[in-house]
Design a protein around this ligand. Structure first.
Ligand SMILES: [Zn+2]
Length: 250
C-alpha cells in the first residue's frame, strides 16, 4: 500500500487555499516530494508526514512554480539538523539550473550542511529514477515549454500512480501511466504546453487508469463543474479536482 498526498494543486497563481502543484508519495520506507514551488515544510506537517522520513526530492522542470522552494526547503532541513543525504532527481539541465540557483545563496558556507546529491534522470520513456522509500520510480519526457519529466511510482506491494507534470497531451504520459491505479494530470486549459480537462480525460482513458485527479487548474470555481463534466465525458472512472491536502491510497 502507498499514498499520494497533494501538497499543492495550483498553477503559478496560488490562492488562499491552493499552493503551487506539488505532491508527496509515500511508500513503506518513507516518502518523496515531487516539485517544490514553495517550501513544503508546513504542508508536510499539516498532512502528518514526519520530515525524518523524507528520502528524496524529484523535480519535473525548471519553472519557478515548480522549483522556487528548493533553497528555502534545504535551508529548513539544514536548520533541523538533517544528517541523512538528500538525493534530488531531475533532468541534467534542470539540476544544473537548480545548483546555479543554490550557488547564489552561498550554501557551501552553511556549516554542517548535510550532503545533497544531484541524480540525473535520462529523458527516455520508462527511464529508471530510483528504488527509494519502498517505491520503484520511473519517468518519461513530456511536451512542455521547458524540458520536463512525468513520473510513475510503483509500490512494493503492487499498485501504481503516475503524475503528468506540466504538459500538452502526449503519448509518453499514456505509456508511463498505463494501467495505473491513479493518474494525477495537469489541467491548466487550452494553452501551449498544457492540457484541458477533456484532454486529460482522454489520456486517462487511453492509459487505462482506474482514477483521474486533475491538478494545476486555474482558480475559477465557476468553471469547476463544467471541467469535471468535460473530463468525465472522456473517462468513465472517478474524476476529481484535487485540493491541497487530499490523500489517495493505492
Ligand atoms: Zn511549467
Amino acid at each position: 500500500m502507498a499514498r499520494l498526498i497533494l501538497l499543492g494543486t495550483a498553477t503559478a497563481v496560488p490562492t488562499p487555499d491552493r499552493g503551487p502543484t506539488s505532491l508527496a508519495v509515500e511508500g513503506e520506507d518513507g516518502f518523496v516530494v515531487v516539485d517544490c514551488g514553495e517550501n513544503p515544510l508546513r504542508h508536510l506537517a499539516r498532512v502528518g508526514l514526519a520530515i525524518e522520513r523524507l528520502r528524496g526530492l524529484l523535480l519535473t522542470h525548471f519553472h519557478p512554480d515548480h522549483v522556487a522552494g528548493v533553497a528555502p526547503f534545504l535551508q529548513s532541513l539544514w536548520l533541523l539538523r538533517r544528517e541523512e543525504p538528500l538525493p534530488i532527481f531531475g533532468l541534467r539541465e534542470v539540476l544544473g539550473q537548480v545548483w546555479d540557483l543554490l550557488s547564489l545563496f552561498r550554501w557551501e558556507g552553511w556549516e554542517g550542511m548535510f550532503p545533497v546529491e544531484p541524480m540525473v534522470v535520462e529523458p527516455e520513456v520508462g527511464a529508471r529514477v530510483a528504488e527509494i522509500a519502498g517505491l520503484r520510480i520511473t519517468a518519461a519526457p513530456v511536451d512542455h515549454s521547458r524540458p520536463t519529466l512525468a513520473f510513475r511510482f510503483e509500490a512494493a506491494g503492487g499498485g501504481a500512480a503516475a503524475y503528468s507534470a506540466d504538459t500538452a497531451p502526449c503519448e509518453p504520459v499514456v505509456e508511463l501511466a498505463r494501467g495505473a491505479d491513479l493518474l494525477v494530470h495537469e489541467a491548466t486549459g487550452d494553452f501551449p504546453g498544457h492540457t484541458t480537462p477533456a484532454q486529460a480525460g482522454q489520456i486517462a482513458r487511453r492509459a487505462g487508469v482506474q482514477r483521474l485527479v486533475l491538478v494545476h487548474y486555474p482558480p475559477f470555481p465557476e468553471h469547476y463543474d463544467r471541467w469535471l463534466e468535460e473530463a468525465r465525458a472522456a473517462f468513465k472512472g472517478p474524476v476529481s479536482l484535487g485540493r491541497d491536502g487530499d490523500v489517495y491510497v493505492w
